[in-house]
Design a protein around this ligand. Structure first.
Ligand SMILES: [Zn+2]
Length: 607
């Protein structure tokens, strides 16, 4: 056993790990690098009781309970077919009231159907619940006759909706073993192709073409390649690879990003993070080094303008570096971060970058977004009312979106189904633990059948306990992510004894040993209080962090709070998630986003 820095971690395991740090120097243009980390199958990771499992169960049950005729109605209506069932309303059902941007009722009929289908397919892969698989198969069969080009006639966002439909059908095939999903996908692809542009177009290019109203300039053809590549990998046919390549937004996005130019400012936030996932698929499938560089640089530019919560893109827009954009947003908008969509995209791109590079910082970033954004999202309601924007303004509150069934109602169930596969990864020598969440992962290690069970109330407490169960003694490594913010007091005990291991912040800690049944690892993560400034121009405007958790000050908060006072915050009680800060004007209570309900709050304090 030894402490292992990332460099050593990379150096130790032969070819697959050697590819880890600098794939650009290791591989030719058309040879994808071997991934240092690999995803588990959905069914291999089970969440145990805790807030993530609650969100997953809630979303699973809600979509399982929706009426199939209502889900299929906009497709049947627009294809000119008999369309029984109630309207779902909001963005989902066609409406004569649609008048963008003033009235968004009836905005994109059926837009999120594919995401609901995807969420159910992934939920089936996690749970093996027969009713969920049956519903997926019924929805695919019900959708099939509507996959005609009539659906897209006069439709403002054909690429946007098709990208989600494609994802749903592809997932139905891959995760719910739907026997007809790929055939239906081929039919749906034939239906949409006449309505797609010749290449990926950004909003400026869309605006330069004739359009009936502004919504027609918002289509997102540049997000298509990720799911085209996935469909190709899953056997939908060679044309999907060609289509993926055709819609890579190279000229205005990936080429400059790959060259290190930050072209994010002014771009729509979520869809351009999502587009980075297309670049990563171009790397994974085609071995394109350029697209790997574009994704890595693009994500770095996103991080450089993120809030302390890990969220980004106030008013759904990227800011100009060095500008007052983030600071202005604290007083000028309540639409600070598009939470379910943004967190879904963030989990995907960090999972892709983490598996491709092995760099633990991507896990840190995913964890920050988990605890400070999506775990604090209000639950989706059966009528489609959804949490959309997190509010980081100086006088903030949690609110739902005014329209039913928006984009965020589609990404939320996909993300909660992805929680498990985001928590652990396969390494060539064993397993990497990325998220410290109540869960169990099961895998084959050599000839041994192994499971690892995590029991934890992290990050409220700073410890997680991992128990190995194995049907035979086996040597392998359990690799733990040590967050970059971790303090010097982090430590590991094995079977109740202090281990001679020194967790190094911002790296992986590798525990290489011969594991016996019921071996138990206790990992204590030192979680110091620290301050994160808003940005380089505003060092005096800070968020207080406890480990990965941002602490929001509950109103009333007036005047400034000196930095030493913030850093002297004390827990309200040993079991509470609240913290108290003593100021001249009295005591202020600070609380994590996930514990806030109706209180007014502020993320950033003036010091
Ligand atoms: Zn959204």
């Amino acid at each position: 056993m030894s402490t292992t820095t990332r460099r050593e971690f990379l150096g130790r395991g032969a070819a697959t790990l050697a590819a880890l740090s600098l794939p650009t120097q290791m591989h030719g243009e058309d040879v994808p690098a071997a991934a240092p980390l690999e995803q588990f199958e959905y069914g291999q990771v089970q969440l145990l009781e805790g807030p993530m499992l609650e969100q997953f169960r809630h979303n699973h049950a809600l979509f399982l309970g929706l009426n199939n005729d209502s889900l299929l109605k906009p497709f049947r209506q627009l294809a000119g077919q008999s369309a029984p069932g109630e309207d779902m309303g909001g963005w989902y059902s066609p409406s004569p009231d649609f008048n963008p941007p003033k009235n968004m009722t009836g905005y994109i009929p059926g837009h999120s159907f594919g995401q609901y289908l995807s969420g159910l397919s992934r939920a089936y892969a996690v749970t093996r619940d027969p009713a969920t698989q049956q519903k997926v198969h019924q929805l695919v069969a019900g959708f099939a006759p509507t996959a005609t080009k009539d659906f897209y006639s006069d439709y403002c966002l054909p690429a946007y909706t098709f990208e989600k439909t494609m994802c749903g059908l592809s997932d139905a095939h891959q995760f719910a073993q739907d026997p007809s999903a790929l055939a239906v996908l081929n039919k749906a692809t034939d239906a949409v192709l006449p309505w797609l542009p010749e290449k990926a177009l950004n909003r400026k290019e869309m605006a330069a073409r004739p359009h009936k109203n502004v919504a027609y300039t918002w289509d997102e053809s540049y997000t298509l390649p990720e799911n085209f590549y996935l469909a190709y990998k899953r056997g939908a046919g060679n044309r999907y690879r060609a289509l993926a390549q055709r819609f890579l937004e190279d000229d205005t996005y990936f080429n400059p990003l790959a060259d290190g130019h930050n072209v994010l400012p002014g771009e729509h936030a979520y869809s351009h993070v999502n587009a980075l996932c297309s670049a990563m698929q171009a790397y994974k499938v085609d071995g394109s080094r350029k697209h790997f560089e574009a994704a890595r640089n693009g994500f770095r530019f996103v991080q450089e303008q993120s809030f302390a919560t890990g969220g980004w893109g106030p008013n759904e827009s990227f800011q100009k570096p060095g500008s007052n954009g983030l600071a202005d947003s604290l007083t000028k908008t309540h639409s600070s971060f598009e939470t379910p969509c943004g967190a879904y995209g963030h989990f995907k791109i960090t999972r892709y970058l983490l598996t491709a590079t092995g760099e633990s910082s991507y896990g840190d970033s995913m964890e920050t977004v988990l605890y400070n954004t999506i775990l604090g999202a209000r639950l989706l309601k059966p009528n489609g009312i959804s949490f959309y924007y997190a509010d980081y303004s100086n006088d903030a509150a949690k609110m739902d979106y005014e329209q039913a069934w928006p984009c965020c109602s589609g990404t939320f169930p996909q993300l909660t189904a992805d929680y498990g596969i985001s928590s652990y990864f396969r390494t060539p020598q064993g397993i990497a633990v990325n998220l410290y969440v109540p869960s169990r992962v099961t895998w084959k290690q050599g000839s041994a059948s192994v499971s690892l069970t995590q029991e934890t109330s992290y990050p409220r407490d700073n410890e997680t306990a991992l128990t190995i169960r194995t049907d035979r003694t086996e040597r392998f490594t359990v690799t733990l992510r040590v967050p970059a913010w971790a303090g010097a007091g982090s430590r590991v005990r094995i079977n109740g004894r202090n281990a001679e291991l020194h967790p190094e912040p911002g790296s992986w800690l590798k525990i290489d040993r011969t594991w016996k049944n019921n071996d138990r690892v206790e990992f204590t993560i030192d979680m110091p209080l620290r301050l994160i400034p808003l940005d380089a121009q505003h060092n005096d405007v800070v968020a207080l962090m406890h480990g990965p958790v941002a602490l929001f000050a509950l109103h009333p908060v007036t005047g400034t709070i000196p930095k030493p006072a913030l850093l002297a915050a004390r827990r309200a009680s040993t079991t509470s998630v609240d913290w108290h800060v003593a100021t001249d004007a009295g005591q202020i209570t600070m609380r994590p986003f996930s514990a806030i309900t109706t209180e007014r709050y502020r993320l950033y304090q003036s010091t």
